[in-house]
Design a protein around this ligand. Structure first.
Ligand SMILES: [Zn+2]
Length: 118
């Protein structure tokens, strides 16, 4: 089994402009947080396990070998950009609120494309 992809940078409290491109045709469109390319593919949804207040896996998600430093769990949506960058859009539970962040991940060097490892 391959190790999980590493987080290379975390963007806490991302601005609207860091999350989306706004075009005149389709608003808003997710774009790459590294190079801003607007072409990307959602490839997976998984749970980042929290600490002592973890509720286990979110329904419909599955586990990968990643944890969150928070007490509660996070839900990660894995996105592969057609540019070769990949990132997780994370919905992190914390003290009754759901925070949004971007975890930029190491690029896919396997050549597996959107179906590459988690
Ligand atoms: Zn990119």
């Amino acid at each position: 089994m391959q190790p999980p992809v590493k987080v290379t940078r975390t963007i806490l409290e991302p601005s609207d402009g860091e999350l989306f491109a706004r075009t005149s045709t389709y608003d808003p469109v997710l774009h790459c947080p590294v190079c801003r390319l607007k072409f990307s593919h959602v490839v997976a949804v998984y749970t980042l396990l929290g600490g002592d207040e973890s509720g286990g896996l979110y329904r419909g998600s599955y586990l990968v070998a990643r944890e969150t430093p928070y007490r509660r769990d996070g839900l990660a949506v894995r996105v592969d950009g057609e540019c070769g960058h990949r990132w997780d859009l994370v919905f992190q539970q914390h003290k009754g609120q759901t925070f949004v962040r971007i975890d930029v991940l190491e690029s896919d060097k396997s050549g597996n494309g959107p179906q590459g490892r988690l």
